[in-house]
Ligand binder design. Structure first.
Ligand code: CO8
Length: 258
């Protein structure tokens, strides 16, 4: 098992847990933290015994964004040619569904990291925002692209252009979060959702995630064509035979992930 400095990594049954752990900096995403999250995510993704990932922070902060102290003195070439954030794309490409369990601040890169996950569960204390404009920069790992797709152009523009934070209620109303739960129940609720997903057939879960992803990245016609093929392909799986057979026999299916 890889040793980590800035995150805590655990396996509970078929669920992989990644807890950001830089409390002194409100989980600001420095280069070590980025490398570690991506490494842990990929390790879980390569493990066929893991069916879902939960990514969480502390009560005060999911993540307060890129580590401003680490990037403040960088120049254009550092950011463009030596892009310190390029490995994030690998996190966005994980096949295993990821649930962001967000309490406290999810700002800048923290909000963008939550948006790379498939489900965002928010504690009632959660605060989301893209405050980069206040620092003289713009969002750099998807904020200007995923936020408008999640909450619409006009609300996203207000947040990105003013740097205003929004609370959990507003985030849920806008479609950024899947559900709000009381802060004390956040991790239990994330565990329940993750365990449900991890109990399904892994190849079918991958197919569903791929098709949902296609909805974000393609036209309706392309997405529907992709779904048609992916749907038909599930009929090649033992788990389709098992799932439908179990329904006919009025029993719980036992998926073999084949
Ligand atoms: N970077 C570095 N250190 C941070 C960060 C950060 N983003 N956020 C908080 N900290 C540190 C503070 O400096 C402080 O440390 P110290 O005591 O040593 O000075 C400690 O965390 C606690 O923070 P505060 O005392 O400020 O706590 P408050 O409760 O008063 O305020 C806030 C909390 C409102 C969250 C405040 O800390 C804040 O505004 N933080 C910055 C938020 C921000 O602007 N985020 C965007 C960063 S830019 C970005 O994310 C660009 C994305 C591009 C790609 C990113 C890929 C990783």
């Amino acid at each position: 098992m890889t040793e980590y400095e800035t995150i805590i990594v655990e396996t509970r049954g078929r669920v992989g847990w990644i807890t950001l752990n830089r409390p002194e900096a409100l989980n600001a995403l420095n280069s070590t933290l980025i490398r570690e999250i991506v490494t842990a995510g990929k390790e879980f993704d390569h493990d066929p015994d893991i069916g879902a990932i939960v990514l969480t922070g502390s009560e005060k902060a999911f993540a307060a964004g890129a580590d401003i102290k680490e990037i403040a003195d960088k120049g254009y070439i550092d950011m463009y040619l030596n892009d310190p954030f390029k490995s994030w794309a690998d996190f966005g490409r994980l096949r295993t569904p990821a649930i962001a369990a967000v309490a406290g601040f999810a700002l800048g890169g923290g909000c963008e990291l939550a948006m790379m996950c498939d489900i965002i569960l928010a504690a009632d204390t959660a605060k989301f925002g893209q405050p980069e404009i206040n620092l003289g920069v713009i969002p750099g790992i998807g904020g200007t692209q995923r936020l408008p797709r999640a909450i619409g152009k006009y609300k996203a523009a207000e947040l990105v252009l003013t740097g205003r934070m929004m609370g959990a209620e507003e985030a849920e109303r806008s479609g950024l979060v899947s559900r709000i739960v009381p802060a004390a129940e956040l991790l239990d609720e994330a565990a329940k959702v993750a365990e449900i997903i991890a109990s399904k057939s892994l190849p079918v879960v991958y197919a569903a995630k791929d098709a949902l992803q296609a909805a974000q990245e393609s036209t309706l016609a392309e997405g529907l064509r992709f779904e048609k093929q992916a749907f038909a392909a599930t009929f090649a799986l033992d788990d389709q035979t098992e799932g439908m057979g179990a329904f006919r026999e009025k029993r719980t299916p036992e998926f073999s992930h084949r």
